[in-house]
Ligand binder design. Sequence first.
Ligand SMILES: Nc1ncnc2c1ncn2[C@@H]1O[C@H](COP(=O)(O)OP(=O)(O)OP(=O)(O)O)[C@@H](O)[C@H]1O
Ligand SMILES: C[C@@](O)(CCOP(=O)(O)O)CC(=O)O
Length: 501
Amino acid sequence: MAVIASAPGKVLITGGYLVLERPNAGIVLSTNARFYAIIKPLYDELKPDSWAWSWTDLKLTSPQMARETMYKMSLKHFILHESRNPFVEYAVQYAVAAAYATFDDAKKDVLQKLLLHGLDITILGSNDFYSYQNQIEARGLPLTPESLASLPPFTSITFNSEQSNGGIGNSKPEVAKTGLGSSAAMTTAVVAALLNYFGVVNLSSYSGAQHQEQLDVVHVIAQTAHCMAQGKVGSGFDVSSAVYGSHRYVRFSPEVISSLQDAIRFMPLEEVIGEVLKRKWDHERTKFSLPPLMNLLLGEPGTGGSSTPSMVGAVKKWQKSDPQKSLDTWKKLSEANTTLEAQLNLLSKLAEQHWETYSSVIYSCSMHQSEKWMEQASEAISLEIVKALLGARDAILNIRCHMRLMGQAAGIPIEPESQTQLLDATMNMPGVLLAGVPGAGGFDAVFAVTLGDSGNNLAKAWSSHNVLALLVKEDPRGVSIENADPRTNQITSGISSVRIA
Ligand SMILES: Nc1ncnc2c1ncn2[C@@H]1O[C@H](COP(=O)(O)OP(=O)(O)OP(=O)(O)O)[C@@H](O)[C@H]1O
Ligand SMILES: C[C@@](O)(CCOP(=O)(O)O)CC(=O)O
């Protein structure tokens, strides 16, 4: 029987770069953009001579890339011969090794038989992960969310052309992406589906603390596979949100993984993965969600995205070359991040304690530009709410200012001029609370947080400036097991998320 798992894409609204170093935090929102992995046996019957096989077959299909790859996987070392999609390949090898590392002999025998049936893996990413501006233009459609919603779910992906290169930070990724973290969501979905298929975890039947423990196993394997595939140990907020959903994240100590990179060369994979599962994973997760009546909106300026690793490299180089100034910038950024988080938490608290006042202030402010917000407050509580809204705006302006300075000092376009203009215009629209470049910044989609229903007008304003409002919304749900193939499911992300009238 097929096992289908899905994991969400993310938007890092605070903590870009800083979250790479403990104890700085990052606020990461997960979205309704999901990546799906469908696992089933490749052969219904065991081949008569299969008991003697030391290899099994694996088929990886990515319909959106029109790619089908056949692999041979060693049943001794779990090594895959062929390298086409490192994220999926590491996910498979480490999930198989995790099963061998946790199973007793009887279960290992069952697993061996299951593997001899071969593995048939299909991966699908929601349209929201990819840029479809070229395809929309080619079809002669206007650059609007409605046009985006008219594309069939899991539409083919556009590849960025190779010559589109203009120095560090302008270098474009392989596929035209929006920046929602397809690699982390893909790795997590594949790991979760495989661990469930093998019986290492059972994500659909536990709840509470037991469910958390199962998620922790998925997290360790997905995070390790993602680091190995990327060839670096990033902060891991993207894998963490793919597993657990929206939260406030503080990274794990990099040694948890970096010390394994050598071990992998001389220790059997099963032992290495057994060891990594036992390690003390010290990442922190705290509950965080946007205050009520606020919406996350993403706008794609149509420049094909940015490649993050080269931008991180440039910032690290700058930190080494100018420790004093970089430390100062980071301190100011960290303070502004903390302020934004505190103001949003305060707004959530005010909403809980004074719902009537809160909702009426938010609705009034949603219809006005921020200069007019003070006029919407008539007594102490509403004043407190408006002050918190304005405090959040000040904090994001501070964050943006220091991110720009960091980009200039490191010689990379963290908030390039074209994005600055877009973000300033966005923040001047009625009802817009925040706007910024998520994560590492660059030319990926920008984010905005809007009050009440003002997102509809913002989407229209973006369209008139050739910025495509994506259909993505915040969705706090982490990795999960699905009941049906999303291609046969009527309620697909593209269709269900049409919310612009
Ligand atoms: N549908 C898909 N099928 C197969 N491979 C995919 C698919 N979608 C994305 N990928 C692969 O995933 C990788 C994406 O990794 P990359 O780090 O460039 O983007 P990302 O994780 O989306 O980054 P960001 O966090 O900036 O959004 C690429 O190697 C790409 O080929
Ligand atoms: C720069 C960094 O802090 C964020 C990168 O985020 P994104 O992939 O641009 O969403 C790197 C990291 O956290 O691993």
